[in-house]
Write a protein that binds this ligand. Structure first.
Ligand code: ZN
Length: 289
């Protein structure tokens, strides 16, 4: 037995060394993992920006959205109705906060002559400035609404030409052309409009789309509060989600186009009195650094 003890001690030392090495490797690995979406902390699915032009909710099924016919080929990666990209929803540094105590409301997919004027009127009534992430083809179709957004003191964000959630998987040249075409449509309406934010459709960020947006002088913008209003859950639920999850620095995702958005408009009448009483709201700055 006496000769067995050194062997046992040696084995114990080996176990300790291996354990320490594995622990170090684990910590090193964690430090190399890019920032993950905040949904893990908030319980909010921050990647469900929803199918475009889906007049009816279609859920998150993997078979795709039958009503999202305006989007790209349903056979391509990422076109699953959830807006998730092929990398599992990484943000690649896209902003999820205003970076200040102020809260930002963002309205995506417009402009739409049915809902954008209602949203603008409501914001004006409560003296709130917001940010509109507009789709290029909609900007081209409704330049008067782009002008109205700017006239209202709100800021603009590029939301791609045709709301292609797979855009990030295309070549840098294709991405660049898409984003530039969108900016040109916006500037055809308002020639000197500052466009310093880009939001990827579906929140389906990829390294190329983030890089191209930054090269074009636009900061990638994600969100932190998502009431999934594109699923048409009703004004009560939309308002309850926003009011309960809003906190200093929140970027709230709402939609003023892409389907029936009356629920969103109606929710604003409940959201705005609450948020303006608790927070300072801002249009995202037009000169981010
Ligand atoms: Zn969108």
């Amino acid at each position: 037995m006496t000769r067995g003890n050194p062997t046992v001690r040696a084995a114990g030392i080996v176990v300790l060394v291996v354990t320490a090495l594995l622990g170090s490797a684990y910590l090193l690995g964690r430090s190399l993992v890019p920032d993950q979406p905040q949904r893990q902390a908030t319980g909010v699915n921050t990647n469900a920006e929803g199918p475009y032009y889906a007049d009816q909710p279609t859920g998150d099924g993997p078979s795709g959205s039958p009503t999202a016919s305006a989007s790209a080929s349903p056979t391509e990666a990422g076109q699953d109705g959830t807006g998730r990209d092929s990398t599992g929803g990484q943000l690649f540094g896209a902003h999820t906060s205003t970076g200040t105590p102020r809260l930002a409301l963002t309205f995506d997919d417009g402009p739409d002559p049915r809902y954008t004027p209602q949203v603008l009127a409501m914001l004006r009534e409560f003296d709130v400035k917001a940010t509109f992430c507009v789709v290029g083809e909609n900007a081209q179709a409704h330049p008067d609404l782009i002008q109205a957004i700017v006239d209202g003191g709100h800021s603009l964000c590029n939301h791609s030409w045709h709301h292609d959630v797979t855009l990030g998987n295309r070549s840098a040249d294709v991405i660049r052309a898409d984003l530039l075409r969108t900016n040109e449509a916006i500037r055809a309406a308002v020639p000197d409009a500052p466009i310093v934010w880009y939001r990827q459709p579906g929140g389906a960020w990829t390294y190329p789309v983030v890089s191209v947006a930054q090269q074009l002088g636009m900061t990638p913008l994600h969100w932190s509060v998502d009431p999934s209003d594109w699923e048409v859950p009703g004004a009560t639920k939309i308002a309850a989600t926003v009011v309960s999850q809003a906190e200093p620095g929140s970027v709230v995702l709402l939609h003023d186009a892409g389907g029936n958005r009356q629920g969103t408009v109606d929710a604003l009448r409940r959201i705005l009195p609450d948020l303006t009483a608790r927070f300072e709201l801002e249009a995202l700055p037009t000169d981010p650094t």
